[in-house]
Structure formats: C-alpha cells, structure tokens
Design a protein around this ligand. Sequence first.
Ligand SMILES: [Zn+2]
Length: 238
Amino acid sequence: MNGDLELLLKLQNVDYDLGELERSKEYIPDMMDNLRKEIDESKKNLETTKEVLTSSKLEQKDIDLQLQEKQERLKSLQDRMMAIKTNKEYDALVSEIDQIKEELSNLELRGLELIEIIENAEKELAGLDDKLNGVKNINDEQLSSLQQQIDSVGGKISEKENERKDLLGHINKRAIAVYERVRRGKGGAVVVAVKKRACGACFKALPPQRIQEIKRGEKIITCDSCGRMLIWTDHSEH
Ligand SMILES: [Zn+2]
C-alpha cells in the first residue's frame, strides 16, 4: 500500500480515538451522575420507609393513650347513668356516650390500620436495606473505575495528540490537506475500504479500471462522489 495511505489510516485511528476520548469527557460524568442518583434513590426509599415506621409507631402510642382516656370517660359516663334524674339529662348523656363510642370505634379502626402499616414497613425495611447495600456496592465500584477513566483522559488525549503530530510530520502535505478537508466536510472515516466494487462510504460504484488502481495501491485514489480515499482490503470482494 502507498506509504501515505498507510500512515493516513493510522492517523484516522488516532483521530477516532481522540474523538472517543473527547466524547468520554461528556458521557462519563453523565454516567457517574446516574450511578449516584441510583444510590440516592435507594437511600431515599429506605429513609421514607423508616419515617413511616417511626411516625406510625408514634401515632400508635397516641391512639393507645386516647383509647384509654376515652374508655375511662365512657365508664364514668355510664356510671352517671345510674344517678340520672331528668329526661333532659338522660338525652344529653346518651348523646355524649354515643359520640364517645363512635370515637372509640374510629380509633380502633385506625389502630388496626397502623398495625398493618407497621408490619408492612418492617418487612419492606429489610429488603430496602439489602437493596441499598447491593446498589452501593455495584455503583461505588463502577464510580471509582469511571473516576479513574476520567482522571486519565487528559493524559491519553495528549498522548494521542503527540502521536498525531508525529504522523503528520511523515505524510505528504497534499494528502493531509485532502484528508483534513474530507474529515471536516463529511465527518467519520476518510480512508475507506472498497465494498462490493463500490465506495464503502457512499456506495458509488467504481469502474473496473479504478478498482485495479486501488488494488495496486501505488497512489491515493479518491471517490468521485464523496472524495474519500479508497483502499482494498481482504473484505473488499464481498
Ligand atoms: Zn464515496
């Protein structure tokens, strides 16, 4: 293969790596944010359930106190029934007793609800704790590996930039100009393999004589349609 083409292929690989490294500066922090968010969400779920448990237990205590008070009050009202003298007094007492009975039954219902809520929260708590530990283990490991990657990006980029400078020093200036023009204009690969007797990038068919020239690889042949540089590889027949 033409020496410049060979070096341009290397240059293309370096440029690809540089592009990926630049891209990783964007997506690695995004990935890290997502991993941290996942840990925070797990923590939040656990905290919320703990809060439900704590407040439900407090409410349960309060309800027990209220039940006790109201039962005592009910008992004293029922005792007073014995000493009632007038119908008016009787009616007032009955309505107060009815009200207290209703309040008692509401408190008992709420008490039953709370038992269920507390049971469920206690069951959930164990699962959420395990889940948080699992997520933390996995995500912390990924986070530290991503942190290492991001820490090394700068160094890798300057390595690749040095490699690039070195390659540019060994390639014909006109070939570099063509390479840079196509790279800026079209993006992606500039040196492409022939595929099924056509340009591997834009699929424009190549005349047989062109293909012979590309196979010989003595000089740089560009695609008439997209301007990319064409090479012949083992896979070009298919
Ligand atoms: Zn083409």
